[in-house]
Structures are given as structure tokens and as C-alpha cells.
Design a protein around this ligand. Structure first.
Ligand SMILES: Nc1ncnc2c1ncn2[C@@H]1O[C@H](COP(=O)(O)OP(=O)(O)O)[C@@H](O)[C@H]1O
Ligand SMILES: [Mg+2]
Length: 334
């Protein structure tokens, strides 16, 4: 059995459970005892905050204690730390090289990093670099943004000046795309070979999370995402977001080097990303099968819940008659 350690597990019940179904022993950690994904793993532990000096040493202890074969960071929070210091964990981390993680974490640097590799993004400027007559509408966009936070649309100079003063975070200015937005979930091996790329439409998204979408076998998007993943390079998972502009060109607006928020959709479409990740953990070299997935699979998401109760030792344990599959303990048992 391969043990997989999920860091910043948070709400990623979908990912932890999918790895469990793929045969992994799942170990989930978070700083928050109310992180739902903790209770969907075979084992879970609370850990210090990401910025606590004890964080990495604690992860290293857990790697040894559970004989962890793969570490999978689930959010942006500890990505830079794990990418830079991955060797201290003494086991593979399913994460892109540090320079890629660092560049993608800053959308201004990301646009330049992509351009250096021949990949288009919408024209992007720092506020001080703006041309005299920029093409409105423009977006004032957080450089280190997430969840669609701090993105403001300016229709003219006055609105632009206002939003640049108004936004509380370090921002850049980006041309506004007018075409259709797509999201492509890729998985690459540790040599940067793209194993698959699965595009989906964004039927509806809320707060940056795609809540309704459909897989499409659009070869231009598939090839584009593979090109992006191999040019950066990506190691492990990434979510490539792009627009197809009226002239037909594809422009990248965001690359998240982790499993995307829409993970259940490529999974349902046959991505087998958990199985592939487990294969990578054991040093196997799975053959790329780019474009091998089912098209026309539609996802519609909903909130779910988990009720917990303190046991005799004061630890929170699931309290419910029926629990999702792949839960470690029986109801009421720790
Ligand atoms: N240049 C752009 N043109 C049009 N819409 C954009 C552009 N950049 C971002 N958006 C919209 O804002 C959403 C969030 O932006 P994104 O760059 O993905 O940041 P986040 O890190 O918050 O996900 C996108 O999914 C897209 O719908
Ligand atoms: Mg995004």
C-alpha cells in the first residue's frame, strides 16, 4: 500500500477520497480541526501553520511515521515552501519545480514567464508601465490573487485610476479577454512529460470555482495545454485557464500548479490521475495518453456537510449514520 500525505487538506474531500479509492493509504493534515477533508482520510493529524518554523519538520516526521511515498499539497498556501525545500521531506512531492511555482504565484511574473516560453497571455502591465492610451476595458487584478478576489473591471481612465487607488492589494493591469473561457486539467510526470490534458467548459463558476462544466475533446485546447505544461515545465498536476479570443488565439490567464477546483470532472471523465500519481510515486513511467478521456461529461456541484462530536479523549470524530465512502473509521469510532 502506498501512503500519500495531503497537506493543507482543507475542503478537498474529492481528492483525498479519490486517492483512497485508487488504493492509497490517505494521510491528511491541516491546521484547522474543522477541515472536512481530514475526516475523509484513513489517518489525519493537525499540524502547525505553514509559516511556523515547525511546519516542515512536522511534515518530515509524518513522512517517516506513515512511510509516506508521495506528498500532495492541495492549496497554494505551502506550495512555494514545499517546492523550494522538497528534499527535506525525503520523499517525492507532487509539485512543479520551484521557479515555476514561484512565477505562477504572481500573475504579473506568470505572464512574462509564459511569454518567454512562447505562450500568449492577455497584454499585462504594472500600473507604472501602462501605455498612454491603453485598450479599455481593462482589469485591475491582484498579482497574488486567488478565488477571483480583487479583480475590478475598468471601462475608462477614471475607473482605472479609481480601482488602482481602491484595491487593497498589489495589483497589475490586464487586457480584458472577450472570448470563451476554458479550464484544462493536466498531469505531468517528474520529467515534465504531459500524461493527459482534459479541457472543460465553464458553464458556471462562483468565487473562482467552477461549479458547472463539461469535458470537451477540443484538440486545439488539449495540444495547447500540453504545450504549456511541457514548456514551463509542470511536474504533477496543474490547471491551465485560458480564453479563446475572437481572432482564434488562445491566451492563458492563470496556471495553478495543483489539482484544480474542478477535479471531480476530469476524474469522472476517466483521468485516472490518482492512479497515475501513485504510479509516479513508485518511480514508474506511465505512457502519456493525452486526449484519452470521455467527452461530454457534465459536472454540477453542491455543498455537502459533516457532523462531528468530541470523543472521550476530546478529539473530534465523525458523527453521522451514513458517511461518504473511503472514510477511515466507522461512525462514532476514531
Ligand atoms: N484577462 C482577463 N479577461 C477576462 N476575464 C478574466 C481575465 N483574467 C481573469 N478573468 C476572470 O476572472 C477569473 C479569475 O481570474 P484568475 O486570473 O483565474 O485568478 P484567480 O487566481 O483568482 O483564479 C477568471 O476565471 C476569469 O473568469
Ligand atoms: Mg483562476
Amino acid at each position: 500500500m502506498t501512503a500519500v500525505l495531503f497537506t493543507c487538506a482543507g475542503q478537498r474531500v474529492d481528492i483525498v477520497s479519490a486517492f483512497g479509492r485508487a488504493g492509497a493509504v490517505t494521510v491528511a493534515v491541516d491546521v484547522d480541526p474543522l477541515a472536512p477533508a481530514l475526516y475523509h482520510a484513513h489517518r489525519h493529524t493537525l499540524v502547525p501553520r505553514v509559516n511556523d518554523p515547525g511546519y516542515l519538520p512536522r511534515l518530515r516526521e509524518l513522512v517517516a511515521e506513515h512511510d509516506v511515498a508521495l506528498v500532495v499539497p492541495l492549496t497554494d498556501l505551502d506550495q512555494e515552501l514545499l517546492a523550494e525545500r522538497r528534499e527535506t521531506l525525503r520523499t517525492p512531492v507532487l509539485l512543479s519545480p520551484a521557479p515555476v511555482v514561484e512565477a505562477m504565484a504572481d500573475k504579473y511574473r506568470a505572464a512574462a514567464f509564459l511569454a518567454e516560453r512562447g505562450i500568449a497571455s492577455p497584454p499585462t502591465w504594472l500600473p507604472a508601465e501602462l501605455p498612454a492610451d491603453p485598450p479599455f476595458p481593462l482589469l485591475v487584478k491582484a498579482r497574488a490573487g486567488f478565488g477571483s478576489r480583487h479583480i475590478y473591471r475598468a471601462h475608462d481612465r477614471a475607473e482605472l485610476d479609481f480601482f488602482l487607488r481602491y484595491t487593497p492589494v498589489d495589483s497589475m493591469v490586464q487586457a480584458c479577454c472577450r472570448g470563451e473561457e476554458f479550464s484544462i486539467d493536466v498531469l505531468s510526470d517528474f520529467e515534465g512529460r504531459c500524461l493527459n490534458a482534459i479541457p472543460r467548459t465553464m458553464i458556471q463558476s462562483k468565487g473562482g470555482e467552477s461549479i458547472k462544466g463539461m469535458t470537451i475533446k477540443d484538440w486545439e485546447l488539449i495540444d495547447f495545454a500540453r504545450t504549456v505544461a511541457e514548456a514551463l515545465p509542470i511536474w504533477g498536476p496543474a490547471n491551465v485557464q485560458c480564453f479563446r479570443e475572437p481572432g482564434g488565439g488562445l491566451e492563458v490567464t492563470d496556471v495553478n500548479p495543483r489539482f484544480g477546483g474542478g477535479f471531480p470532472l476530469p476524474l469522472a471523465a476517466g483521468s485516472r490521475y490518482p492512479e497515475l500519481a501513485l504510479a509516479l510515486a513508485t518511480g514508474a513511467r506511465p505512457e502519456p495518453a493525452v486526449g484519452d478521456f470521455r467527452e461530454g461529461v457534465v459536472m454540477t456541484r453542491f455543498f455537502s456537510d459533516l457532523c462531528l462530536l468530541r470523543d472521550g479523549d476530546g478529539a473530534l470524530v465523525p458523527f453521522a449514520e451514513e458517511l461518504p465512502r473511503a472514510l477511515a473509521a466507522k461512525p462514532g469510532e476514531a
